[in-house]
Design a protein around this ligand. Structure first.
Ligand SMILES: C[S@@+](CC[C@H](N)C(=O)[O-])C[C@H]1O[C@@H](n2cnc3c(N)ncnc32)[C@H](O)[C@@H]1O
Length: 260
């Protein structure tokens, strides 16, 4: 608890992201990772290998741009540094390992970026979304990666809007769908190859392993056919309580369909 407070107080995070709760969320993810390192390892390995497979196929090896890279768990940094001239890690905030890695390697850049381009408006209670366009016109981008961020885009904003502005559940679902669609469109708009890794479904099980509930992690927005699928044992028994575990069904595309 003290460690979490210290991290919360010492991690740089722009307003309004801190006010909305993004830093609190990342501090929570770090703690969950520490408790469940072994259970998360296969998912993180699959994610890193998928990114490396896409990197290996890239004809241009200038810059790789990674969305949602603030924690670095699923990013094969050394493999990417061996293949590309520059890595841009884009996120709302960066935890210690990402800041230290960038501090010791000039080819690694941290870009504080809201991939929805809408958080400032949402923080003010306005739910009309803006179209994200960052880096679309940058010819140096050889590969773009969306790394386990898609399902996260709506969680903090919806919790904030429900609490602060009394947003109804139905409106939260609608906003979630719009954020997911906008991110998929954004990714498809890059001229270079794109990788998408996202949890698609959240499955709750009882202590016998039987499914007791399933919910879409992407607000029922259909994902394109194809890609690879695997399980992420995100909350093994004991993480939430002694009776339930949560598994995420993850989908990864090493060549996300786009406008190319
Ligand atoms: C589940 S974590 C992903 C883990 C990550 N790929 C890693 O580095 O291990 C989700 C990440 O998405 C980021 N994120 C959430 N909303 C975002 C937004 N609108 N723009 C950019 N990043 C966002 C969070 O700050 C967090 O770092």
């Amino acid at each position: 608890m003290i460690r979490e407070w210290f991290t919360y107080l010492t991690t740089p995070c722009p307003q309004p992201y801190r006010r909305m709760g993004f830093l609190r969320e990342c501090v929570g993810i770090e703690s969950r990772y520490r408790r469940n390192r072994a259970a998360w390892a296969p998912h993180l390995d699959r994610s890193r290998n998928l990114i490396l497979a896409a990197a290996e196929r890239c004809e241009n090896r200038d810059t790789v741009l990674i969305f949602g890279a603030g924690l670095l768990y699923d990013i094969p940094l050394s493999g990417l540094l061996a293949r590309f001239d520059r890595i841009v890690l884009a996120d709302l905030l960066f935890m210690g390992p990402a800041r230290r890695a960038a501090g010791s390697n000039p080819r690694l850049e941290l870009a504080t970026l809201d991939v929805t381009n809408s958080l400032q408006a949402l923080a003010d209670g306005r739910t009309d979304l803006s179209v994200p366009t960052a880096y679309l016109d940058d010819p140096a981008i050889s590969l773009v990666v969306s790394a386990n961020v898609l399902s996260q885009l709506s969680i903090v904003p919806n919790e904030f809007l429900e609490e602060r502005y009394g947003q109804a559940e139905e409106a939260s679902e609608g906003l979630g769908r719009d954020l997911v669609r906008a991110h998929l469109d954004y990714l498809s708009s890059f001229a270079c190859p794109a990788v998408l890794i996202t949890d698609e479904t959240r499955i709750v099980r009882d202590r016998t392993g039987a499914e007791t509930g399933t919910v879409s992690a992407v607000h029922d927005v259909p994902l394109p056919e194809g890609g690879d699928s695997w399980n992420w044992e995100i909350c093994p028994l004991g993480e939430i309580d002694r009776e339930h575990s949560v598994t995420h069904r993850v989908r990864g595309y090493s060549d996300f369909p786009g406008n190319r």
